[in-house]
Ligand binder design. Structure first.
Ligand code: THG
Length: 571
């Protein structure tokens, strides 16, 4: 089918639907929802048989929905309507939630229902539910919808609140008053729920030491306590704040009333608080330490059955210079242990997205900070490539993009959960050339021709396609739990395997051959030479693109690598 995606952004959900529908042979094109005239033009150019709105905030104009079938992917159960569906579901402690595929008409979210898929709720941030449960349900819903449309005789169900299976209702836009934390009264569970309901957008507006800011990424802390609302400690950029019955770690803040020149985007909490957090005791927690109760540990290392397991759960998968260095040190320390297999798990929602663009944007010299960050990423990648005594498995539980993908390729075996989406390219960030030894790691896996195609196309890739190409070694597991269990088993089997010694010997030989042919350092220097131009050269594209990305500026047009209909016209 010819399907046009009309969407606010090409976010993780739209990317997942895109790779899944492309795999099934549908002809797809994408248009960002810029204004009605642009959307009308896209429809006229592409002549779609179906329009899908995976992530749309505005109304589709009547000129479009009257003449074309438009399916809205709504993150709510049957009958649920409004712009804050998931936020309300979390705040109201719903135990079951869902995704409904409904046909757009004049009344918002009240159109005929083509499919509705439910899932059990989990105590997690809105963004995490969105990337996991909502995405899987949306995919099922869209596949059902397309199947029903293709059958031809299947009619959608009109919204009817008298039906027993229509349990949702209209919910208004959630306001900051609905979200507000009352530190003198709210217990830890309530504080967590409120912050989770607004994570990653818009955050919960609050006040810390007189500073107005939005709160993001909260985790329970069971050991520390104090006067409700008081700041108790800091750790790796996060702050710990007392509740009436315990405490929570808050890792990120956004200034709500930024002073002249102060960043207005998300940053580590201690950076936003500045002097307000300086006096706090730093509660270090080494990766090898297993905390007694609940706490927040960004980087952790555990050993089970002779296998090392390294977890790194960086917010949004972004890794600043210090985080790269901490992770590199953890890898170096794992190499000193009596293990022969190391599994890199990344975070549960993200594997990694490479350098930390928000931190770079906030730096006094973004060019210098970019340089420092990419060098820290490279040091980490080199630490992973040079592991003669260890067999390294990269286990991608969540999506990876840009440098994060190439960091994974530094492992000996790269495995991904089936639903993972990869973006193995840098170019969409203002023509960034990229580093992380990609010019060594990528062609080695897929050959020069495909390497060039992947980096130029700038399209997302599903794990099965990545596996097919040889970019990764395999993908399996419909759920996170299933994937984790299978990787764990594979790692354990490998560690106990009598031929592991031979494998490691083979790995050492190949590395030595590669090094003799062209030293790693040479790849790095060549890449960094190009990156220097991106950071310090005359063309400011990277700095402009990063600014637009970090500030979430509205898009002015859809790039032609996504808008096929515009490419067809151009050629
Ligand atoms: N029909 C048509 N277009 C649509 C939908 C539809 N576009 C996508 C849309 N569904 C998504 N649903 C909503 C539902 C309610 C609101 C917005 C999108 C809403 N908005 C508030 C307003 O416009 O005043 C405030 C929104 C905000 O500020 O975030 O209530 O079914 N044709």
């Amino acid at each position: 089918m010819r399907i046009l995606f009309l969407t606010h952004a090409f976010n993780s959900l739209s990317q997942r639907l895109y790779v899944e529908l492309a795999r099934r042979g549908h002809a797809l094109s994408i248009e960002f929802d810029i204004n009605d005239a642009v959307a009308e033009q896209a429809v006229a150019l592409f002549q779609p048989e179906l329009i899908v709105a995976p992530f749309l905030k505005r109304a589709i104009p009547e000129s479009i929905w009257r003449n074309h079938r438009c399916i809205i992917v709504h993150p709510g159960i049957k009958g649920d309507r409004g712009p804050s569906s998931l936020d309300w579901a979390i705040l109201r402690c719903e135990t079951t939630w869902g995704v409904t595929c409904l046909q757009a008409d004049a009344e918002m979210d009240a159109g005929d229902i083509w499919a509705s898929v439910e899932f059990p709720m989990r105590a997690a941030a809105k963004s995490s539910l969105y990337r996991n449960e909502v995405t899987e349900a949306a995919l099922q819903g869209i596949l059902l919808t397309i199947e029903r449309i293709e059958q031809g005789d299947c009619r959608p169900e009109p919204l009817d609140y008298d039906r027993p299976d229509v349990q949702g209702r209209w919910h208004c836009l959630m306001t900051q008053a609905d979200r507000a934390v009352d530190w003198a009264a709210d217990d830890t569970a309530t504080v967590l729920r409120k912050i989770r309901a607004g994570d990653g957008v818009p955050g919960v507006r609050d006040c810390i030491g007189g500073k107005a800011c939005y709160l993001y990424n909260a985790h329970p802390e069971s050991q520390l306590s104090g006067a409700p609302g008081e700041l108790l400690a800091r750790r790796d950029g996060a702050v710990c704040r007392a509740t009436v019955d315990g405490a929570v770690w808050i890792t990120h803040l956004r200034a709500a009333e930024p002073a002249e020149g102060e960043p207005a985007f998300k940053l580590p909490a201690t950076q936003v608080l500045g002097p307000l957090a300086e006096h706090l005791p730093e509660h270090r927690l080494l990766p090898t330490v297993e905390p007694a109760g609940a706490t927040w540990q960004e980087l952790s290392y555990r050993e089970r059955n002779g296998v090392g397991h390294l977890y790194f759960d960086f917010y949004n998968g972004a890794m600043d210079s210090e985080q790269c260095e901490r992770l590199r040190r953890a890898v170096a320390e794992a190499k000193q242990r009596q293990i022969r297999v190391l599994v890199l798990w990344g975070g549960a929602d993200f594997w990694s997205n490479g350098i930390h663009l928000n931190r770079i944007e906030a730096a006094s010299s973004p060019a210098d900070e970019s340089w420092r960050n990419i060098n820290a990423m490279n040091d980490l990648c080199r630490e992973l490539i040079e592991t003669p005594s260890l067999y390294v498995i990269a286990a991608l539980r969540g999506n990876a993009g840009a440098g994060g993908v190439f960091m994974a390729l530094a492992a000996d075996r790269v495995l991904a959960r089936e639903g993972v989406v990869l973006n193995p390219h840098y170019k969409s960030m203002g023509n960034l050339y990229g580093s992380e030894y990609w010019s060594y790691l990528l062609p080695k896996r897929v050959g020069e021709v495909r390497a060039k195609a992947l980096t130029e196309n700038r399209l997302p890739l599903g794990a099965p396609e990545a596996s097919e190409l040889g970019l990764i070694d395999g993908c399996f597991g419909e759920t996170l739990t299933e994937f984790e269990a299978l990787v764990e088993m594979e790692a354990r089997t490998l560690a106990e395997c009598s031929t592991l010694g031979e494998r490691l010997e083979g790995k050492r030989l190949r590395r030595a051959q590669d090094e003799a042919e062209k030293p790693l350092e040479e790849y790095r220097e060549e890449e960094l030479e190009r990156m220097k131009l991106n950071f310090y050269g005359f063309d400011p594209s990277y700095h402009v693109a990063r600014y637009h990305f970090v500030e979430k500026l509205p898009k002015a047009r859809t790039p032609v690598y996504l808008a096929r209909h515009r490419r067809l016209q151009a050629s």
